[in-house]
Write a new protein. Structure first.
Length: 350
């Protein structure tokens, strides 16, 4: 047996190199669809509880999984189609508004009310109009490419979601068996990561989406133009803690006040600075409960780095990867005897 030891070591090194090459090749192949696959896995595991309860009552797991996928497809695709259609209409209306002869004088007049000289205000408005036209022209092809990738990733999302629902217990068992930890520690680590995933998805992304939609609704009620477009922009900005809706609301409020719409501008500011924090906390308490959320620094750094590396999937992948460091470090400390007692898993409220 000793004579075979060098051969076994060479075989082990070869298999490790081969596994690394396979992982690299898989990443290169899957990178265009990593958004759909990631969200399919996450949403599938988050829906495991309702899916298992429904499948147990109905007795047809695959039929229930198809029903879940169809309902989610309708819940996602119909609003996306309506949103895209409304965005196209609003962008066309905004283009007509910019092309109207009154647009430039009104914008220049608003700048002069802030103390900008007439010549400088007119120059700024002319330059902004030229830059906007060039940006819209250059953004046409990337927008079509984005729409194609979105449709492809939506299909991958629904496909992965179905098999995650159907094979959820087998996937969980495979992960549990693959972890080189004692059984209790394996389950604790899985529960901790699942809780972080729940808190990140529900407490960060779902709350940010709700706040973006509510901000768009307030925008519409106050009579501001293009509420669907700006609501979509504020929804995306709400996902990034350091940005938020203030990037849109502060300039919009200042412009509205400068143009004479004082109460609308003040009300929009009051919504962002006074009302929205309480509403966000209420939504977070309703969806997340008493569990501890992911730190905003991790969300910010993970979101920016994740988008740069993974693309749109970085909104979820980046913060999720960083948030897993805490439970993994806790397990390492417990295995080395630095923890006084086994911590309770951070589980979401039922």
């Amino acid at each position: 047996m000793d004579e075979d030891e060098p051969s076994r070591r060479r075989a082990a090194r070869f298999l490790l190199v081969l596994l690394a090459l396979i992982a690299l090749g898989s990443f290169i192949l899957l990178r265009p669809i990593v958004s759909g696959a990631t969200f399919g896995l996450v949403v599938g595991f988050l829906l495991q509880g309702p899916y298992r309860r429904t499948a147990k009552r109905v007795g047809r797991p695959r039929v229930v999984a198809v029903l879940f996928v169809v309902l989610l497809c309708v819940a996602i695709d119909v609003p996306l189609f309506l949103l895209g259609w409304e965005l196209m209409n609003e962008l066309r209306a905004f283009g007509e508004q910019v092309a109207s002869p009154d647009f430039l004088p009104n914008m220049a007049h608003a700048l002069t009310r802030f103390g900008v000289p007439d010549a400088a205000a007119q120059s700024l408005v002319d330059q902004a109009r030229t830059d906007a036209a060039a940006w819209l022209h250059n953004a046409a092809l990337p927008t079509l490419n984005f729409v194609g990738q979105l449709l492809m990733n939506t299909g991958v999302f629904l496909f992965v979601l179905y098999y995650t629902l159907v094979s959820g217990p087998e996937l969980e068992a495979w992960v549990r068996d693959a972890l080189p930890l004692p059984y209790a520690r394996r389950q604790h680590l899985i529960d901790a990561v699942a809780a972080r995933m729940h808190n990140l998805f529900m407490g960060t992304f779902l709350v940010a989406t709700c706040m973006g939609i509510l901000s768009g609704l307030v925008w519409w009620l106050l009579g501001f133009p293009n509420p669907v477009f700006w609501g979509a922009v504020m929804t995306v900005l709400s996902l990034i803690p350091a940005l938020g809706t203030g990037i849109v609301i502060f300039p919009a409020s200042a412009i509205a006040i400068a143009l004479g719409y004082v109460w609308q501008g003040v009300t929009l500011l009051a919504w962002m600075m006074l009302a929205s924090p309480f509403v966000a906390n209420g939504i977070r308490a309703a969806f997340v409960g008493r569990t501890r959320g992911v730190h905003p620094i991790l969300v910010l750094v993970g979101t920016v780095g994740g988008i740069a590396f993974f693309g749109p999937a970085g909104f979820l992948l980046g913060p999720l990867i960083l948030s897993m460091a805490d439970p993994v470090i806790s397990e390492w400390q417990l295995l080395h005897g630095s923890g006084a007692a086994d911590p309770q898993p951070e589980l979401p409220d039922p």
